[in-house]
Design a protein around this ligand. Structure first.
Ligand code: RIB
Ligand code: CA
Length: 332
């Protein structure tokens, strides 16, 4: 009986989500470092009816860029996402050595479920060149969603500054107004490549940042897992297997009872900006501090006297977020 109710509930939500009325599709390029939560962000962006996913570019972050690229191929192959070019990007940060997060995502970067070998191949271009190519030929209507270190995005801006006015907006997962997660001061995506983050935050285009204060509200609780399992759909079940591994590493490293799915928040913020509550403030990136490198310095009280440059998230509409994400995942 409970399973039937859950199926009915998810179906009702799916209908409500997929029939939000007339909408304009958002053209999106997703730059990511899969990574368990990046994988869920890929599935979310590729399937939601209000997103036209133009390309996936991968970057060194959670694992090497070879592994993040391979993981993107595997996830897209499994989910039959075949019309989205996937390009491998930068293999290390602009200045610093590459650093990874095997303690969270495992040696493969997507430990847990056994994924079949991908039957799709990488695009021939470097990820940075694909970003530049698509942005230059666009009408300035592409939103960049970045869920890994910002190395590719920064490199593209430096290599071809003409892309900057062509970027409609940037929605990124990264940073923290308060505690970091890889050091007390810094969140992983920014910590890996602070110089890249500083370049991107200074680009002058509209930026929405979903920091840990937002993404730590997106916990994949038992209720979420039950709703996903109840659908008895292959991709929803795969996501549960991802979350089983990811939940163990988050419990071991942070004592969390349920893992936060960070990256889908940056996708949700594009689909429905009311899902992430933001304040528009100045954000600077610490690039030199011995203990604070990678910190997103969020000038909440305007003490720096500098123009605001980022819409910084401080809260998530948790129930509506999960309704939208679950409805999308169970629709595969
Ligand atoms: O700090 C969390 C972020 O770092 C997420 O994007 C996760 O995938 C890792 O890239
Ligand atoms: Ca990520």
């Amino acid at each position: 009986m409970k399973k039937m109710l859950l199926l009915w509930y998810n179906s009702a939500i799916a209908l409500s989500i997929f029939e939000r009325g007339p909408f304009v599709k958002h053209k999106v390029i997703l730059d990511c470092d899969p990574g368990h939560d990046d994988a869920i962000a890929i599935l979310f962006a590729a399937r939601h009816p209000e997103i036209d996913l133009l390309a996936i570019t991968t970057v060194a972050g959670n694992q090497t860029v070879e592994k993040t690229a391979r993981n993107a191929l595997k996830v897209c192959s499994l989910a039959n996402i075949r019309s989205v070019p996937i390009a491998k990007g930068m293999h290390r940060p602009l200045v610093r050595p590459a650093r990874h997060a095997a303690n969270i995502h495992g040696e493969s970067g997507l430990d847990g479920p056994t994924l079949p070998e991908p039957d799709i191949e990488l695009a021939p271009q470097h990820g940075v060149d694909l970003l530049i190519e698509l942005l230059l030929k666009s009408d300035g209507d592409i939103t960049l969603v970045a869920t890994g270190p910002l190395t590719n995005v920064a490199m593209a801006m430096r290599r071809e500054p003409a892309i900057i006015p062509k970027i409609k907006a940037i929605s990124l997962m990264g940073g923290a107004a308060n505690l970091g997660n890889v050091t007390p001061a810094a969140e992983f995506n920014i910590w890996v490549d602070p110089e890249a983050a500083a370049i991107v935050l200074a680009c002058g285009r509209p930026i929405t940042m979903s920091p840990l204060e937002v993404t730590h509200q997106a916990r994949a609780t038992e209720e979420v897992l039950t709703r996903l399992r109840a659908a008895q759909r292959p991709i929803a079940t795969f996501v549960c297997e991802l979350l089983a591994f990811y939940g163990k590493t988050y419990s071991a490293n942070f004592g969390f009872s349920a893992p936060p799915v960070h990256d889908p928040c940056a996708v949700a913020a594009v689909i429905d900006p009311t899902l992430v509550l933001t304040r528009t403030i100045r954000v600077e990136i610490e690039t030199t501090g011995e203990w604070t490198a990678g910190r997103t310095v969020c000038d909440v009280y305007g003490k720096l006297g500098k123009e605001p440059n980022v819409h910084v998230g401080y809260a998530l509409e948790v129930e509506r977020f999960w309704d939208m994400l679950i409805a999308t995942l169970v629709s595969y």
